[in-house]
Design a binder for this molecule. Structure first.
Ligand code: DGI
Ligand code: FE
Ligand code: FE
Ligand code: FE
Length: 188
């Protein structure tokens, strides 16, 4: 398996400089959250470095894989936003040789979240949202919440992402709604 330096190089070669800076910000944030909440810092680093690995792949490649590998055909109605994590994890596995199922799942869920999420899933989902390069209304509040309660940070992010997507008249992937329904209520 690749060492961190090799992994970084491989990831860097597959994306713009701007996106790579985002990835490094997610890594720094994910390692800090892992230290704070008691997750593996190494897994947090690897998952963060690879979470957007497939983000700049052409739509045609995702469509081919979705058809070839037996993904739900409904996925074809969505786009890169939904594909790059869910389907991108399979590219990370095949091309970078990462076989750790906890890491692959964190990559798969990083955009939509899920009802049940592991500690690592939550860390990557939240780190992606609050890394130092992010700059949108509410990000500072999300950062504060993440320092005191990771579950609350997942809920905050989920709600704000959904509101944003609806304002933009974007199609909502059912998993995103599942995530919202689960995390919106304190009574889970
Ligand atoms: O890849 P990043 O930009 O770092 O962040 P991300 O993977 O969390 O999100 C990518 C985009 O996907 C972001 O603009 C929010 C959007 N998104 C999240 N859930 C849904 C969604 N887009 C659609 N259309 N539907 C969803 O359910
Ligand atoms: Fe992403
Ligand atoms: Fe995200
Ligand atoms: Fe990201």
């Amino acid at each position: 398996t690749l060492k961190r330096e090799e992994l970084m190089q491989e990831v860097q070669m597959h994306m713009s400089e701007r996106r790579f800076v985002h990835v490094l910000g997610v890594e720094e944030t994910a390692i800090a959250l892992a230290a704070k909440y008691g997750a593996s810092e190494e897994k947090a680093s690897i998952a963060a470095l690879t979470h957007d690995y497939a983000k700049e792949r052409p739509n045609e490649e995702f469509e081919l894989i979705i058809k070839r590998d037996g993904y739900d055909p409904e996925l074809l109605k969505y786009g890169n936003a939904i594909w790059h994590g869910l389907v991108g994890a399979s590219m990370v596995e095949r091309e970078l040789g990462i076989e750790d199922e906890e890491i692959l799942q964190a990559i798969r869920l990083h955009t939509t979240g899920a009802a049940e999420m592991s500690l690592l899933d939550k860390i990557i989902y939240v780190a992606d949202y609050i890394e130092p390069g992010r700059n949108f209304p509410g990000v500072d509040e999300a950062r504060k919440i993440a320092l005191r309660d990771l579950d609350e940070a997942v809920a905050f992010e989920t709600k704000h992402t959904l509101v944003y997507l609806i304002e933009q008249e974007q199609k909502i992937y059912p998993k995103t709604i599942e995530t919202y329904n689960y995390w919106v209520s304190k009574k889970r």
